[in-house]
Design a protein around this ligand. Structure first.
Ligand SMILES: Nc1ncnc2c1ncn2[C@@H]1O[C@H](COP(=O)(O)OP(=O)(O)OP(=O)(O)O)[C@@H](O)[C@H]1O
Ligand SMILES: [Mg+2]
Length: 249
């Protein structure tokens, strides 16, 4: 008999997942924007969250990061309940959130913005290593290190906001439309970098993208959200083989 049959309670739960969400419901005032959402993200796994405009994708990311209080449900990060944590507590625990709109400190230089992203890191060698990696991913930022972030172009601010997230060395990246405003070549580079982080550093990613095909190509698995509810979960390659997704939206 298998050992887990003898000791059912000691069998590892399927929550070897880094992020585990159960029956999460959240909204604005009396209006529910996500209902009963259950999902998980494994270690080193890239999961995309797909759905039409207003389906609740951003709401879900904000709720996971502690920017919006859930009405009910459970969220576990790395085996610990984290619903109700503030976003700075979540950053310290290893989460990052990059909103769809560029989130930078406009009156600070590019370097100072990146430095703020590493506010949880005390080891200066680690900060320098992270900075080198971010500047290697976005060489354009290297040329603009002293420029005020508010004077960067939209696409440059987008790169900076992703760079800020990378500086914290997250174990789970919540990315809301990371390729928004970027040229296709740069979007490709960002997604490749995300793939490398997952593959080589074991970073987990929950990513929202408008382009289903782009998202699925970089993901391991996908959830489809319709009017606040998860209607389908599939391996990315199965979803890709459909060729069209209009019936899911
Ligand atoms: N601050 C807010 N106050 C009230 N309602 C909101 C607020 N933010 C979002 N909503 C509503 O919640 C629902 C889900 O919005 P959400 O931004 O999560 O959608 P989304 O899937 O990210 O859409 P998009 O693809 O357009 O970014 C929508 O009906 C939206 O109008
Ligand atoms: Mg959104």
């Amino acid at each position: 008999m298998a050992p887990e049959m003898l000791h059912p309670d000691s069998a590892p739960s399927q929550d070897a997942a880094l992020l585990s969400v159960r029956n999460l419901t959240a909204g604005y005032g009396k209006r529910e924007a996500i209902s009963d959402v259950t999902l998980h993200v494994g270690r080193g796994e890239i999961v995309s969250l797909l759905g039409h405009n207003g389906a609740g994708k951003t709401t879900l990311l904000k709720s996971l990061f502690g920017l919006l209080k859930a009405t009910s449900g459970e969220v576990e990060f790395d085996g610990r309940a984290c619903a109700g944590r503030s976003h700075s507590q979540n950053v310290r625990a290893g989460m990052s959130f990059t909103p769809a709109e560029a989130a930078v400190f406009p009156d600070l230089s590019v370097t100072d913005n990146l430095d703020l992203g590493a506010f949880t890191i005390t080891d200066s060698a680690v900060r320098k290593d992270r900075l080198d990696k971010v500047l290697a991913t976005f060489p354009l930022l290297r040329e603009r290190q002293q420029q005020l972030a508010g004077t960067l172009s939209g696409g440059e601010q987008r790169m900076l906001s992703i760079g800020i997230a990378l500086m914290s060395g997250p174990r789970l990246m919540l990315l809301d439309e990371p390729s928004l405003g970027l040229t296709p070549a740069l979007a490709q580079r960002v997604l490749e970098r995300i793939r490398e982080l997952a593959l080589f550093d074991g970073v987990s990613v929950l990513v929202v993208e408008q382009s289903v095909r782009v998202a699925l190509r970089v993901s391991d698995r996908a959830y489809f959200l319709r009017t606040g509810k998860i209607i389908l979960e599939e391996p990315a390659e199965v979803a890709l083989s459909r060729g069209h997704w209009w019936d899911l939206f």
